[in-house]
Design a protein around this ligand. Sequence first.
Ligand SMILES: [Zn+2]
Length: 368
Amino acid sequence: MAKEKANFAARFAAFFFQLHQRYRPTKQTKYFCPHCHNALYRWKAQPLVTIYKCGHDQCPAFLKAKNKLNNSEKYLQQKKLSQFKLRYQYREYHFQPSDLQHAAPDLPKINLNRIFNSSDILGLVLAFHVSCAIPARKTAFVLRHIFKVRISYQTVLNYAESAAYHCHVFNLQNKGPIDNLSAGDETYIKIMGKHGFVFFFVSTQKLKITAYHLADTREVLPATIAIQEAIRTADPDQDLSLITDGNPAYPAAIHFINANRTPLPALSHHQVIGLQNLDKESTDFRHYKQIIERLNRTYKAHVRPANGFNTRNGALALTTLFVTHYNFLRPHMSLKYQVPIPLPELNSIATLQGKWVKILSLASQAAV
Ligand SMILES: [Zn+2]
């Protein structure tokens, strides 16, 4: 028996001795290649991510990727190895809680309780500018020439930014429970001529927006922040599934969240890829993907009149107010003309501007 054990140990040692040192398992080995089961070596360490790589030359994933290259690509690969990602890589993200903050509008310059105009005017500004998607200049025009209220377009923007600060807190506090299935996507907007990305998640039965994170990229960190906010109010034992497109940021973000989620049930993920259903997953979940695409179109219709934003905070303010409008004020055909999150406090209020004023007063009470 002891001899057998010794034999086995010798064969085991011989096997690993053949391996290059860098992928021979050591005490520090944390990860193994899912294709060839050899140890991954630490390839790159960056502040937010450490990348591990499989260096085994007989790894099936590596051989398969290498065979796919044509002759000129093979030549380039020999010259410049890192240009082709042929080897299996594992990315270990180490975001800190301080990295994972959902975008929030800045503290406002003006106090809504001390504004020159009455709260009715403020309600009208939000009803026209946000709910009816009328640009700031036109909103000022309508108020001036139809309602005889002298107001500048800058005042419209200032009111919107101040209201957004309070509405953001209100949106997150009043989100309520979420459905088992959530769909997410990112859409771009223009801020000072550059692309900004808004990551939306929507709960697929109640049709409420559960995250609306604004970021400069469509990468793993903003995807993680949006997903984390989207599932924040779920029941701890709820089995949650997320539906997204093929952006690789989503599986990486879900992997990071799941790694930090034990013992809670892991999030599952379904990707809907391309415009046609070429795989079963895309066929089964496309319906949910369409919910988020419709939301994106509605959002675009609301921000397009702004024709790009001059400040990041202006973009975030209009996005935040759009979410307040969408979740609490906008009747939805598939919800039998109910709003996604009905608030009993708004039942007795007949006008849209009245409802906006009520939401702001609830938001400021909650802040106290
Ligand atoms: Zn491998």
